[in-house]
Write a protein that binds this ligand. Sequence first.
Ligand SMILES: [Fe+2]
Length: 318
Amino acid sequence: MPVLSALSVTLEVPELEPGLKFYTDAGLEAASDGSAARLRCPGQERDSIVLIGGAERKRLHHIALRADRLEEIAERVPAAGGKVVAPPEGFSDNGLWVEDPHGMLIHLQDHPADPELAEAPAFEVNGPGRVVRKRRSAMLPSAAYQPARPLRLGHILVFSPDVAKSVAFMTEALGMGLADRAQDVIAFCCARKDSDHHVVAFAKSPAVGFHHASFQVGDPDEVGRGGRALVEKTREAAMNGDWGFGRHTIGSNFFHYIQDPWGSWFEYFSDMDHIDDYSLWTPTNYDMSDSLANWGPAVPEDFVHNYEADPIRETRAA
Ligand SMILES: [Fe+2]
């Protein structure tokens, strides 16, 4: 069934401290040994974001994906324009390391599935002709809510110089499916069974780079509350950008994005489309007007800027 889900993103960064602060403010739990910081969702026993300090500026090191039948993947990689490579120095030799046609490093691991998430209370909406909530408020006073709690890493979006070529590699070599796309500018890949609408996505840019990692929270309110709280907490240290609360057309998820200290993004999401069987799904090629959002605030001007390819401004944390 090759790629099954997202495991983690590893970034090289100038300093660990701003990243530790940003991601713990976002609700992740941290461990740091001084040269690397490991960040995980509360309650999970594996890392979702790994930061390696000491780089000149932020750079995507690799993404890690959960997959099985790694031998079959290794056989298909060269024909799809990629390479099987040795583990980078200092990294685990478990699993399979490959480079995609643009040199993006991917670590495939036959990793156990995350435990099932506990069932959340239904998000009830009173609508025309459909009143499901009576004699009680949907909302508690805001102070009654706990800080946002990221439940799991859902997807990773990376930049690609040739989105169609990246998708061909993910589908032909790694056994993913094209969920949807918007022309040749952005494309979304899913696992072929029991998958979020997207696990890995690509946005066009002159070079490879990291755009965002997206974490599921309990419901749309938690996206809104968590996003607003992270904007407040990171106002001084991060690059100050945020985009949300809004809802994507492609994938249907509610979102709020907050910019990390190096110009890439952290997303809270809720209510993503689910593809239980890819053979029963038909991909759509959307107009660019639907590529970013169905509705939401104005898009920040650098939302799809690849700071790894073009550091147009110094990051505050560097
Ligand atoms: Fe996203």
